[in-house]
Design a binder for this molecule. Sequence first.
Ligand SMILES: Cc1cc2nc3c(=O)[nH]c(=O)nc-3n(C[C@H](O)[C@H](O)[C@H](O)COP(=O)(O)OP(=O)(O)OC[C@H]3O[C@@H](n4cnc5c(N)ncnc54)[C@H](O)[C@@H]3O)c2cc1C
Length: 428
Amino acid sequence: MTDDVVDVAVVGAGAAGLTSAIVAAETLAQDGTPGRVLLLDGAKQIEAKILVSGGGRCNVTHEVITPKDFFGNRNIIRNILAAFSVERTIAWFTSLGVDLKREPTGKLFPVTDDARTVLTALLSRARHTGAIIRPGHRVTEIATSRAGFLVRHSHGTTQASRVMLATGGQSLPRTGSDGFGYRLACGLGHRVTPTVPALVPLVLDHSMFHATLSGLSHDVELTSVADGREVDRRTGSLLWTHFGISGPVVMDASRFWTLATNRGAQVDLYGNFVPSRTAEELKEWFVAQAAEHPRRSLTRTLSMLVSDRFAESLCLHCSCDPQELTAQVVRRDRERLLSTLMRFRFPIERDRGWNFAEVTTGGVPLEEINYRTMESKLVSGLYLIGEMLDCDGRIGGFNFQWAWATGWLAGQSAARSLLAAKLPPYSA
Ligand SMILES: Cc1cc2nc3c(=O)[nH]c(=O)nc-3n(C[C@H](O)[C@H](O)[C@H](O)COP(=O)(O)OP(=O)(O)OC[C@H]3O[C@@H](n4cnc5c(N)ncnc54)[C@H](O)[C@@H]3O)c2cc1C
């Protein structure tokens, strides 16, 4: 059993928790009296999520970060992001010994292309500051006490003046983020908005042709419609897989499907595979093709617009013969084909679930946090950071940026409040 008395207890040693611990310990040390900072994590292996992130390369951040890249209360998000800009993030990582490189998409990765570089740097800086890291210490309850907080965990109790709640969301629960942190937050009086998987692939009805296209990716404009109202429209790369659809545009759109489905709405996802043309232009183009190349097969004609594998699947899906001569395609078939090409309804069966989701939509409302400090408005001395808050970013390094920014703000604020509390009273 351990019975620690510490200045700052960080619950969850993920991206946000590690950042807050490092910044808190460094800020306290600037005063000449190193503070006691303790990180408790339920997982045996610390930050497995960083290691699997970005396909094992860890997409640390993005060259341009705006509130529009996030979902949640954008006014609050704007203020939080402004406190720790991309430039500061890059400089901070350089100071940790992690140089970042920019890819053509604007995503920033470590130059080593190895997520372990990021994890090792964070862990060694945390240890260097004197912060103590305790894996395998699952926190079961946090209670307020006269001196601050009593943090009960699998090996005993820790007394802390300040507590950082950095338990993440529910995505990839095998890494330790299983949603229990929400119960800890509720136990302290916070609310939690409904949580659903986001940045998650979508499973299609087995009667669809997706499996035959597995591995193929191409651009599409996706439109999400909930109860007859358009709720999202975005363009990007879609990947066909053995179970359904994935790829950046699908991952980004998925939160609209999971959120609306969760509240019982009828949600439809439509794909436009030729977004640069109007229906009239597409019809004119097809009629011209049929006149110029009457003996060309239907698949070959369509493959001037989309990949030939997709063109063939689409023909079969629309009950058309892929080898039929273009000039012989009857008007009804042509109309069906072209309208499907522009408004293809994906028959979604379900999302792929928490084990395949990259983030969580929903969480502790941002309105319950002081955005200047990340301190709870309900419990003084409690800070809430990272994915457990009701904010999720699109794919591209935005979710880590949220973790670094909220962790940095909370670490600095908690340390400053401790230092301020230790100041001798002003005497004239
Ligand atoms: C496969 C995958 C790839 C990703 N790739 C990227 C990417 O490249 N770029 C990007 O920006 N984002 C990426 N993300 C999202 C990003 O990883 C998360 O948004 C980010 O890690 C959240 O950080 P966090 O510190 O808030 O939570 P987490 O990283 O989830 O950390 C929470 C920690 O709290 C611990 N914990 C939970 N409950 C308890 C408890 N009761 N007691 C003690 N400890 C507890 C957990 O063990 C965990 O270590 C990816 C996510 C996944 C799943």
